[in-house]
Design a protein around this ligand. Structure first.
Ligand code: PBG
Ligand code: ZN
Length: 324
C-alpha cells in the first residue's frame, strides 16, 4: 500500500509537533481565585480544595507577591464577611475583607490585575445571590445592591468587576453606576453564561455561600440549554460587558466554542471548584498524573476558544509551564 497523505509525519518528533501545534497554553492566560477572611495571620486550608486557603488580607497580599513572581497576571477576589444580613450589606462595606484586600493588593503588587467578584450570596443570611421578596429573589431590587458592590470594589482599586449573580440587567446597572462615579476604565467581566451546577459544591463550602433553602435554578442557567447561552451573551454585550465568561468549564466547552465563534470580545472560562476537587482527589489517590491531566484540560479550554482561564490550578500550572 502506498499512502501519499500521512498525518503521522507531522507527529514524528517533538520539534515537528511544536512547529505545527495549534494552541499553546501560556501563563498569560491564567487568573487565580483567592478567598479572603477577616482577621490577621489566617491561612486555613479548604478541605475539598487541597492547595487552596482562606486567607486574611495580610496573607493574601503575601500570596499575591508570589503569584506575580510566577508570572500569573490576575487574581479574582472572593470574601467571607464579618457579618451577614438579609440584603448582604457587608458586600459593599469598604471595611470588608474583599475591599481591604483589593486595596492592599493594588498597593503592594500594582501590576497584578485585580478582579472583584460581585455577588451577594456570601453576604446574605439566606445565601441567595440577591434580595428576597418572600422566597423569590427579587431581580430589580437586587440590581441597585449589585451596583453598590461594584462601585465599592472599583473605589477600593479593582481593575475589573465580575458579576456572578445572574440577575437580568445587572451589567447595564453596574456599567451605569461605575460611569456615574467616574470609574470609566473599570472593566466588567460578566459571568454571562453561568449554569446552575453541582460543580460549585466545594466553593460553597469554602465561601460559606450555600443557599439556606431551595437552589439557584430560578436565576442560573439550565445545563440542558445552549441557544439560551447565546441570548445571555448578546444581552451582556449590549449592556456593556467587556469580557464574556462561561462557567463551569469542562462540561461546557461546546458553549465556549459557540460563544468564541459568535463574538469578537474576549472570552473567559471558569474552571470551577468541583472540577478542581475531582482532579485533586484522583491525583491524591495516585489514579491520574496530575500535571499531565491539568495541562491537557487547560489546553482543551484554550482550544475551545478561551482567552482567559480562571483556575485554582493556575499556580501549579504556571510552575509546570516554566519547567516545560
Ligand atoms: C457566587 C459564585 C459561585 C462561584 C463563583 N461565584 C457559586 C455559586 O454560584 O453558588 C463558583 C465558583 C467555583 O465553584 O469555583 N455567585
Ligand atoms: Zn452568588
Amino acid at each position: 500500500m502506498k499512502l501519499s497523505i500521512r498525518p503521522r509525519r507531522m507527529r514524528i518528533s517533538e520539534g515537528v509537533r511544536a512547529l505545527v501545534r495549534e494552541n499553546v497554553l501560556s501563563v498569560d492566560d491564567f487568573v487565580y481565585p483567592i478567598f479572603v477572611v477577616p482577621g490577621k495571620d489566617r491561612l486555613e486550608p479548604i478541605d475539598s480544595m487541597p492547595g487552596c486557603f482562606r486567607l486574611s488580607v495580610d496573607n493574601a497580599v503575601k500570596l499575591c507577591e508570589k503569584i506575580e513572581a510566577l508570572g500569573v497576571r490576575g487574581v479574582e477576589v472572593f470574601g467571607l464577611p464579618e457579618y451577614k444580613d438579609e440584603v448582604g450589606s457587608a458586600a459593599w462595606d469598604m471595611n470588608s475583607p474583599v475591599q481591604r484586600a483589593i486595596g492592599e493588593i493594588k498597593n503592594h503588587v500594582p501590576n497584578l490585575v485585580v478582579i472583584g467578584d460581585v455577588c451577594l450570596c456570601q453576604y446574605t443570611s439566606h445565601g441567595h445571590c440577591g434580595k428576597l421578596t418572600g422566597s423569590y429573589v427579587n431581580n430589580d431590587e437586587t440590581l441597585e445592591l449589585l451596583a453598590k458592590v461594584a462601585v465599592s470594589q472599583a473605589a477600593a482599586g479593582a481593575d475589573m468587576v465580575a458579576p456572578s449573580d445572574m440577575m437580568d440587567g445587572r451589567v447595564a446597572a453596574i456599567r451605569k453606576a461605575l460611569d456615574d462615579n467616574n470609574f470609566i476604565n473599570t472593566a466588567i467581566m460578566a459571568y454571562s453564561v453561568k449554569y446552575a451546577s453541582a460543580y460549585y459544591g466545594p466553593f460553597r463550602e469554602a465561601a460559606d455561600s450555600a443557599p439556606a433553602f431551595g437552589d439557584r435554578r430560578q436565576y442560573q442557567m439550565d445545563a440542558a440549554n445552549s441557544r439560551e447561552a447565546m441570548k445571555e451573551v448578546a444581552l451582556d454585550l449590549e449592556e456593556g460587558a467587556d469580557i464574556i465568561m462561561v462557567k463551569p468549564a469542562m462540561a461546557y466547552l461546546d458553549i465556549v466554542r459557540q460563544v468564541r465563534d459568535s463574538v469578537d470580545f474576549p472570552v473567559a472560562v471558569y474552571n470551577v471548584s468541583g472540577e478542581y476537587a475531582m482532579v485533586k482527589a484522583a491525583a491524591a489517590k495516585g489514579w491520574i498524573d496530575e500535571k499531565r491531566i491539568v495541562l491537557e484540560t487547560l489546553t482543551a479550554m484554550k482550544r475551545a476558544g478561551a482567552d482567559i482561564i480562571i483556575t485554582y490550578h493556575a499556580l501549579d500550572a504556571a510552575k509546570w509551564l516554566r519547567e516545560g
